[in-house]
Write a protein that binds this ligand. Sequence first.
Ligand SMILES: [Zn+2]
Length: 439
Amino acid sequence: MTGADGSHAAGAWVVAGARLLGGNPADLVLRDGLIAEVTAPGAASVAGARVLDATGLVALPGLVDLHTHLREPGREDAETVRTGTAAAALGAFTAVHAMANTDPVADTAGVVEQVWRLGRESGHCDVQPVGAVTLGLEGRQLAELGAMATSAAGVRMFSDDGRCVSDAVLMRRALEYVKAFDGVIAQHAQEPRLTEDAQMNEGVLAGILGLRGWPAVAEEAIIARDVLLAEHVGSRLHICHVSTAGSVELIRWAKGKGVDVTAEVTPHHLLLTDELAATYDPTYKVNPPLRTKTDVEALRGALADGTIDAVATDHAPHPVEDKDCEWSAAAFGMVGLETAVGVVAEAMVATGLLDWAGVADRMSLRPARIGRLHGHGRPLEPGEPANLTLVNPDAAWTVTAVALASKSRNTPFAGHTLPASVVATFLRGTPTVLAGGLV
Ligand SMILES: [Zn+2]
């Protein structure tokens, strides 16, 4: 692996005949970390350049994940920055936002700089740390938001993800505080009292299975409160992993009023429903829970019309012992980096809801803008950083848990065939993935 900081002189590449955003084919010349030229197919010739025949492949700007749990420091048995970023590169990502619920929690400049440095040293993609909103994620006292923002990591997104900032006063203060440096609070919207011991979506099925229900209103109540708070203080709010039709309505309403709110949806919430809980297989246990078919349809529609801005994986690796147990004792979460493109292709592209340009917008351009991540989510044009990925839209593949680069195996898609696969990823002109494998 070459360094992720792009400081070395990478050899030039010609990516020949790729369909830009799924449109017309072109040749891309990558040199010195940049897209040097975009020419008609067959027109690019650069002495000494390596050539990648991209006939039939779709070229997208490198994907940006707003929501990745890399687990390092503290849970290196589940994932490390190295394994997590390898999974990301294989999944077409050139940048990920690393969530703050590590051990120690990323609530100081020291810890966010540690994660940022690990990303630079060992990463297969850029790692942008997310800072905690409250000290220790305990919801009692604001963390050092300003110190994290001005640290080398340049944190812009703050989240207590895994927990909700449920105290309205703290949430208001956090929203006010981050305005000074154009930050954003990413809320894990979950009213804690309404979800005590909750195990799956609240509904008829939860009753039949004897599992404590997780009401949609627990998510929606926090979103309603927070969009009003964001409007009141004139700050930027992001809603993590939206999972219900009611949440979509609220976000649509808030955006219509001009509230500066953005939202993400996970690939699994675009494809899977709560009926999978009937298997009692804890692989399907996730926070927020899988919802109903009606919710899935509303989420797809909202992603298609832009009400939901972005797809974010909520990649949540867990070691086997934390998942291979009875449902009520199992950890919440699923890995998702390596399957994200395939799942979005199935849920959104194959259904005609999004074209590949739309996928680029929801998985690269908008997430980079929300995270204020410079150098990512840029158009495939001369002079832009050569962060891009090549997807074969017609190469179906069947997911095998043991073949994942992630250190954990908790994928809900094992045995499932996805319609599209990632062929190559370039980070500042240097390949991190070629022929579907790590470089
Ligand atoms: Zn979360």
